[in-house]
Design a protein around this ligand. Sequence first.
Ligand code: SF4
Length: 485
Amino acid sequence: MSKFQSVEFFKKKKNEYSLLPFRFERLDDQRRVLTNLAGEYLVINEGELKAFVNHALEEQSDAYINLRAKHFLIDEKSEMAKELLEIKLRTKYSNLSEFTALHMFVVTLRCEHSCPYCQVSRQSDDKLKFDMTEEIADKAIDFALRSPARAIKIEFQGGEPLLNFPIIQYVVEEANRRKNDKNVSYVIATNLALIDKNILKYCKEKSIQISTSLDGPEDLHNNNRPRPGKNSYEKAISGIKMVREYLGVDAVSALMTTTRSSLNRVKEIIDEYLDQDMEGIFLRPLSPYGFALKTKSFKAYGVEEWNKFYEQGLEYIIELNKKGVEFKEYYTATILAKMFTSQDPGYVDLMSPAGIGISAIIYNYDGVVYPSDESRMLAEMGDHSFRLGNVLTNSYEEIFLNEALLGPIEESFAYSVPMCNECAFEDYCGADPVFHHGVHKDFVARKPESQFCNRNMTIFMYLINRMESDQFVKELFMKWGQPHA
Ligand code: SF4
């Protein structure tokens, strides 16, 4: 069946229903998954699909009723169908006018860890010239507060940001003083090795949240995240306990990175998160930037190996939920939110138009602005394609209207990219021009060669297959897809 038909073909025929725009993909020999502009999906069989497009579907059939309910067809009973579709579409893109929500301040490049996969081209902890100054922080605060977004988050990053805690305090004080009616929240992304009571008292006073890294059980974490004393795990675990004691159980979240040593240990990694009373885990592949690229550790495993790791992890999490243990996987939950709601969760990698600059922006220690953390890493590797300017010398308009930002966003818009424009999963996917430029030196790349495409396409198919084959999984996933579930 061809995906392209003449306009006449879609006009009302004998059964008096019209088709609304949709795309489809083979799920297996019999079943096809249909998706539409509002992100709705529906699985029907090949025969039903043929009847549907030939205007021969019986009005009383389940397929007809479901297709109407999910905005794949309209008939005289479809009250407000087009308006509903429009509202859903507008809601989905509403974050475009509410830019930029996340402002990352790299307050220092110094770090006392030396993680081989580190996305940050860290400096040893005595090089003060890699610290952000008050002058640069001041300008970056101006930029952050000029964002049209009513609520913004300032995230302190490094290196290890606690090595330059005075500038964190300076930014918090100044931003709070100058914010007017903007809602500003704060988070420190730290390895927790340097956390102490004074820092935590300040965090409590200013409602600052903590995000940290936890790669799994002790030996794996220590191996992945070396530091003097070889005790990064001990530091992270005692740090998590301290944060909870001072700031509350929900004040700390953790991120893991999957190295080759993690690949056959997904259950142990998830068990570690359960032991630490985390509500879920973000199964995250290595990023092809920074030290990961320098040390070739990105090449240490292929996308197929990662897909297997992810599926094993998700199956284990489903099994836990079946036994009554509530636990979720956050990347999956982000995709499910795109499938089951009209809200875009705003996760930079899964946005189209790309989330760079729109969802997040990063101010480096020296004032240089990049549209994402990953594009800063590319610059550290010598690729300055995404350098937007410097807060000391450029205006807000010069930075946000820079061709280095608008060009990649326009070029990579998945709706107009070859292959993606026909892909049934385009609505759940993202553009990620930084990843593609990092790996292929092209904002778009050829999708059959793209690990990004392979990984996401596999996940979309897998999630839909799982939901269609197990009612428990469908209900669980629908819950994960709801905001704040
Ligand atoms: S990257 Fe791949 S999965 Fe994503 S929309 Fe494009 S073709 Fe589809």
